[in-house]
Ligand binder design. Structure first.
Ligand code: TMP
Length: 208
């Protein structure tokens, strides 16, 4: 059986990780082999890149440098984890992928969209997600949730970028959803965890 590549996107504190855990359990119970992974990260070197990106001074990297670092980790992640898992017929659930670069570094950070197009075409190529769930939430709410869960010194470099930046990310993700209606589904992440899980399942069972 061919593998399935499903990505989870959205702003901070939107509840992606909880939903990925629930979905992975449900799919495993149905006998599917599931690989749960994340970006930036997913490989030992990718996790090292993640630590450079998510901690430290807010102005530590330019949006352009962030796009390149994320794509360096993504290239390795695709080669070492995602493509082999898809070739084995696994379901790959990835917490963030290429749309995060477009929303965070492109729409909110100001990197040129055609530069991101080029990175996407050269690195992702035809390994496009079959389904992308975009968790949509008021960033004021999401940031409050993320702050409540974060410990001091945690992965909060992006959370410290301010509300206007995060509003730009939300608009970016909404635009991505509008432009890619075949691949993307917008999920209302302001509902209860159970209702969000139902929406996630409705979208996923439609493609599996
Ligand atoms: P997470 O905390 O949701 O796992 O993601 C880590 C942070 O990295 C989050 O603030 C979003 C950001 N990010 C980017 O800015 N660009 C990217 O390409 C990816 C994958 C994540």
């Amino acid at each position: 059986m061919a593998g399935q590549f499903i990505t989870f996107e959205g702003g901070e504190g939107a509840g992606k990780s909880t939903q990925i855990r629930r979905l992975a359990e449900r799919l495993s119970n149905l006998g599917r082999d599931v690989v749960v992974t994340r970006e930036p990260g997913g490989t030992p070197a990718g996790e090292a890149v993640r630590r450079l990106l998510v901690s430290g001074d807010v102005s530590r990297w330019s949006p352009l440098a962030e796009a390149l670092l994320n794509y360096a980790a993504r290239e390795q992640h695709l080669r070492e984890v995602i493509r082999p898992a898809l070739a084995r017929g696994n379901v790959v659930l990835c917490d963030r992928f290429m749309d995060s670069t477009r929303a965070y570094q492109g729409y909110a950070g100001g990197c040129a969209q055609d530069f991101i197009d080029t990175l996407e075409a050269s690195v992702v190529g035809d390994t496009l997600p079959g389904l992308t769930l975009i968790f949509d939430l008021d960033p004021a709410l999401g940031l409050a949730r993320a702050k409540a869960r974060a410990e001091a010194g945690a992965e909060d470099r992006y959370e410290r970028k301010g509300l206007a930046f995060h509003q730009g990310i939300r608009e970016g993700f909404r635009d991505i959803a509008r432009r890619n209606p075949g691949r993307c589904r917008l999920i209302d992440a302001g509902q209860t965890v159970d209702r969000v899980a139902e929406d996630v399942w409705a979208a996923v069972s439609g493609v599996l």
